[in-house]
Design a protein around this ligand. Sequence first.
Ligand code: TXA
Ligand code: MG
Length: 346
Amino acid sequence: MVGSKLSMPPGAPQLRRADADAIEEGARRLAAGEVLAFPTETVYGLGGDASCAQAVQAIYRIKGRPADHPLIVHVADVEAAAWWGDLGEDGQRLAAAFWPGPLTLIVRRRAEAPDHACGGEATVGLRCPAHPVALALLRAFARLGGRGVAAPSANRFGRVSPTRAEHVAADLAQHAQGELTLVLDGGPCEFGLESTIVDLSRGTPVLMRPGGLAAARIEAVLGRRLGRRDAQAPRASGTLAAHYAPHTPLELVETPALAARIATLAAAGLRVAAWCRQRPASSALAHWEAADDDPVRFGHKLYAGLRSLDALGLDRILVESLPAEADWDAARDRLARAAASFAPGG
Ligand code: TXA
Ligand code: MG
């Protein structure tokens, strides 16, 4: 095998710089039904041929994701998207305005399109990513006859999404059992938060997940307000209350309450990390991480920051609540879900 590293433990994926050769190799592996990880401008994806039942099943296995949670199908362009689903007028306009880019469109699936990645829904989630490596991979795969690449974020189900190739290897190597052989390393992801998801399959366009693309820009193109998620929406992992969670319990704390919360936890013998804009005066803090006051920079660092705070092995991570402005929607959404899996006691 080209460039295989003898020092890697058996079954560990090969991390390979995403140059032209590696991308071609990746496309060949996709065409052979294998699963690989690749960078996008949002987060790393765990990809396989969306038309191949075995490849899609391998993704579900490696990720530990329930079979009824659909995967996004990544495509090289609008024409490829139209093969999978009916974009309709709204979808055509949004794709023309924002693809390639961090926008996923949920549309009605065409009857002929394979449904392996669709979790039993009559719809399909479609995205054309802007990352040059992702686009080159999708184009090379299309030249080999591929229709699209099913790819969830390349983390274990419910956990923090990966924004670097090393995160993917750290999360998935022990669960992949040799089924993930290649991680294309394209460096850190530019946005660092997942794509914005808009559901176009139910009449009024609905914002399913705030993300890399601001809702206001989508509304400007559509010329109307997006609906917000409701209880009838299909079950979608990124929309579950508890998600994106580190192992260390995480609490969101309003700025004025930070000092008291640190004191309470420290008095109970807990070792606490705080991720907040100003260094707390408290000497009881085990670790302080300065939080960015710019939403783009904050989003870019969010997942890597959660991972490094988690790696400290402390008892609690306190994160200062984020501003209420729309620019912060995506980061606020992810942090609320990261905190939701933990209900703080005293
Ligand atoms: O930025 C992103 O979107 C990244 C990169 C890799 O493209 N992908 C990503 O995938 O975040 P994932 O699977 O972690 O989150 C996609 C979300 C899930 O909540 C999934 O259930 C939902 O999209 N989804 C996908 N297809 C859907 C469909 N047909 N109907 C409803 N929800 C869908
Ligand atoms: Mg995810």
